[in-house]
Design a protein around this ligand. Structure first.
Ligand code: RM4
Ligand code: MN
Length: 388
C-alpha cells in the first residue's frame, strides 16, 4: 500500500470526539463574551456538534459534561443525537463546581464530602449504563494552595479509595480515564498532577483504567510525545484531550500554537500502534472558543488534527528504522522533517471528495446558512456557558 493510501486509510478510521462545552459560551475569569446563536441546552449543543460531523465526516460522537449537560432522560438525548447523525461520547464528571468542594472532592479530608463526590461518579456510570457510552473521564480539581494545608500522602490514599469504589462499578467494555493536570485551580500541589501519578493509580485499578493526556496540562517544555510513547508501550493511553497552549491551560485550537508538537505526538501514536483497529486511544477535543466562532472553531480543530495525522503516517518508517539502526542521526531526523514539511492539504481534500464530503469544510459550513438559522431561532432563554 502506498503511503498516500495508508494516510487515507487512517483518516477514514480516525474519529475525533467534540466536547459539548465547546459550543457554549466561555471566557476567562475576566470576561465571558456571549455569541449569537449559542445553544441553550444540551440538545442544541448536540445539534451544533452534528454540523461538525456533517462537514468533516470525522466527528461522530459528542462528549458530555455532567451536570452541565444534565437532562431528565439521557435515552431521549441519545435518541436525539442519533436523529442528528451523531452519538453520545465520553461522560465527563464534574466535582469542582460545588461549594462543598472547596478543599477537594475525592481527596477531601471529610469522608462525607468524598462520599458525595463518589456518588456523583456513580451517577455518571449510571448515565453510561443507560446510553451505552463506554468511557468515564475523571479530572479532579483537587489539590492544595499552601504548604501544610493537608497531608499529601493521605490525600493519595483517599484518591485511591475513591477511585477503587468507582472502578468497581464498571462492567462490560466500560473504561475509566484518569486525566492529570499540574496546576490550577490548586496552586501549590495537585492530587493528580502528572502522567506518572495517573499511571500508578490506573495500574493499581486494573485493565479498565487508562490515562488521559490533555495536551494543555503540562509544564512548558514537557516532552509530551515521550509520555505518549511510554503510555502506548504500556497499553495505558486511553484518550487524548486535544487543545493547544502558549502559556498555561489556554484551551486554544489544537495545532494552533505548535503544529510541530502535534505532529510529533501523532508520530509516536503512529509508531506505537495508536491508529487502527485494536487501538485503546480515543481522540477528543477539549477546547473553549472564547473569541472565535464555535462550530467553525471545532471544524478547524478537526482539520488540524487530520493534517498532523496525515503527516505522521507519511513518515517513511522503513527508511527511518534503517537510519536509526545504522546511527545515521541526520538522515533519521530528515525523514521526520520531510514528512512534517509535506503539504498534506491536497491529499486530505482528495480524501474528502472520495468520502462524498466537500473538500473545504469551513467554506461549505459557512455557505450552508446554519449559523444564520440558529442566530435567528435561538432568541431568548439562557445561553449555555461554562458551568451551565
Ligand atoms: C479541565 C479538564 C477537563 C475538562 C474541564 C472543562 O481543565 O481539562 O478535561 O473537562 O477542564
Ligand atoms: Mn481536559
Amino acid at each position: 500500500m502506498s503511503a498516500i493510501e495508508q494516510a487515507k486509510g487512517v483518516l477514514s478510521w480516525l474519529n475525533i470526539e467534540t466536547p459539548s462545552w465547546a459550543y457554549g459560551n466561555s471566557g476567562t475569569r475576566f470576561k465571558v463574551f456571549s455569541q449569537a446563536g449559542v445553544p441553550r441546552d444540551p440538545f442544541e449543543k448536540i445539534a451544533d456538534a452534528a454540523q461538525v460531523h456533517k462537514f468533516t465526516g470525522s466527528a461522530p460522537t459528542v462528549a458530555l459534561h455532567i451536570p452541565w449537560d444534565k437532562v431528565a432522560d439521557y435515552k431521549v438525548l441519545a435518541d436525539f443525537a442519533g436523529e442528528k447523525g451523531v452519538a453520545l461520547g465520553t461522560i465527563n464528571a464534574n466535582t469542582f463546581q460545588d461549594d462543598d468542594y472547596k478543599l477537594g472532592s475525592v481527596c477531601h479530608p471529610d469522608p462525607a464530602i468524598r462520599k458525595k463526590a463518589v456518588a456523583h461518579l456513580l451517577d455518571c456510570i449510571e448515565i453510561m449504563n443507560q446510553t451505552g457510552v463506554r468511557d468515564l473521564k475523571l479530572w479532579f480539581a483537587d489539590g492544595t494552595n499552601y504548604p501544610g494545608q493537608d497531608n499529601i500522602a493521605d490525600r493519595q490514599n483517599r484518591l485511591a479509595d475513591s477511585l477503587q469504589q468507582t472502578y468497581s462499578h464498571l462492567a462490560g467494555d466500560q473504561r475509566l480515564l484518569l486525566e492529570y493536570k499540574f496546576f490550577e485551580p490548586a496552586f501549590y500541589h495537585t492530587d493528580v498532577p502528572d502522567w506518572g501519578t495517573s499511571f500508578a493509580h490506573c495500574l493499581n485499578l486494573g485493565e479498565r483504567a487508562f490515562v488521559c493526556v490533555d495536551t494543555g496540562h503540562h509544564a512548558p517544555g514537557t516532552n509530551i510525545e515521550f509520555i505518549v510513547a511510554v503510555l502506548l508501550r504500556a497499553k495505558k493511553l486511553g484518550a487524548f484531550d486535544f487543545n493547544s497552549r502558549f502559556y498555561a491551560d489556554d484551551d486554544l485550537i489544537v495545532g494552533a500554537a505548535d503544529p510541530f508538537q502535534l505532529f510529533r505526538i501523532m508520530h509516536e501514536v503512529n509508531s506505537n500502534g495508536g491508529f487502527g483497529t485494536g487501538s485503546p486511544v480515543s481522540f477528543v477535543l477539549d477546547q473553549c472558543h472564547n473569541i472565535e466562532g464555535k462550530i467553525i472553531g471545532q471544524i478547524r480543530s478537526i482539520m488540524n488534527v487530520q493534517e498532523a495525522v496525515a503527516k505522521a503516517v507519511l513518515v517513511d518508517q522503513t527508511a527511518l528504522r534503517a537510519a536509526q539502526v545504522s546511527g545515521d542521526v541526520l538522515e533519521a531526523n530528515s525523514i521526520i522533517m520531510d514528512a512534517f514539511n509535506t503539504d498534506v492539504r491536497p491529499l486530505i481534500a482528495e480524501w474528502r471528495i472520495e468520502q462524498g464530503l466537500n473538500p473545504d469544510p469551513i467554506k461549505a459550513f459557512k455557505a450552508s446558512g446554519y449559523l444564520q438559522q440558529i442566530e435567528g431561532e435561538r432568541v431568548g432563554g439562557n445561553q449555555a456557558g461554562w458551568g451551565a
